[in-house]
Design a protein around this ligand. Sequence first.
Ligand SMILES: Nc1ncnc2c1ncn2[C@@H]1O[C@H](COP(=O)(O)OP(=O)(O)OP(=O)(O)O)[C@@H](O)[C@H]1O
Length: 308
Amino acid sequence: MKAIVAENLTKTYTAGKKKVLALNKVSFTVEPGELFGLIGPDGAGKTTLIRILVTLLLADQGSATVDGCDVQQEYKKIRRRVGYMPGTFSLYQDLTIQENLTFFATVFETSIAENYSLIKDIYEQIEPFKNRRAGKLSGGMKQKLALCCALIHKPSVLFLDEPTTGVDAVSRKEFWDMLAQLKKQGITTFVSTPYMDEAALCDRVALIQEGSLLAIDKPTVINQQFGKPLLAVASSAMFRLLNDLKNYDPALASYPFGEYHHVVMRPGYSIARLQEYLQGKNHPELEIKEVLPDIEDSFILLMSRNDS
Ligand SMILES: Nc1ncnc2c1ncn2[C@@H]1O[C@H](COP(=O)(O)OP(=O)(O)OP(=O)(O)O)[C@@H](O)[C@H]1O
């Protein structure tokens, strides 16, 4: 049995006269025990999809099951079985760490002791502050507490909506380490993120843009399917360089990428010819090198295909 099955999920919001197609025929499956990432920019439809799967929102069309239960017919069963960490901090600010955890355990008719082994590694990091109110915790600690609360009833599927948005780099790494540990304990995790670099930490990912899935696969496979030569180019005049690259016919696409511009080339390109062209445009300290695509490159290419 699949942990999650989504078939043609479609959701439109109406705000006044405006209609927003938040999800457009979204279909995918997640295997039990998988760490599955939903990757996409702000407004792509990530929260909408998660809210449908955790039964807080009804789709207009399509169907879905979570842990074998239908999101519409069997929503009560799903609510008992899933763990959900929403994007915004959802705990009781006036309750202490321990009180929040006890509250969530009680709601699910369990106790902290019963499933302690599942949260032990995470909880131990915040236990010294267990009498501190949740509202007074740092961002990283709030996030750990929220994860403990989402896990306390030993969910079969854990849904995390942008758990690392706005979190510092160290806490972000720690959080993904925790997800890797949970995977070892057999928990299926469905996690959304706008950070492309987190894709590599998932077993499989779905790339989402404007409500449509652009690709679903292992991150390495998505990158292998890029199928075009890619260059990283830099000079001491980066803004002008981008314009010159955009006007260079053998370049299919050019976009800023960290300290470089990435340039997707047409087949049969030549670095020497590009170098000559850019030197003719008077670019000092020119650097050109071949690079391998990562998920961000794949996303940009897939988005441009989706637009055209
Ligand atoms: N209640 C609502 N009414 C009208 N439009 C909405 C509503 N909720 C979401 N939307 C719109 O639907 C689209 C998808 O939103 P959603 O929150 O699912 O995206 P997201 O990928 O989670 O992005 P974010 O990280 O910004 O929350 C966006 O264009 C958003 O503005």
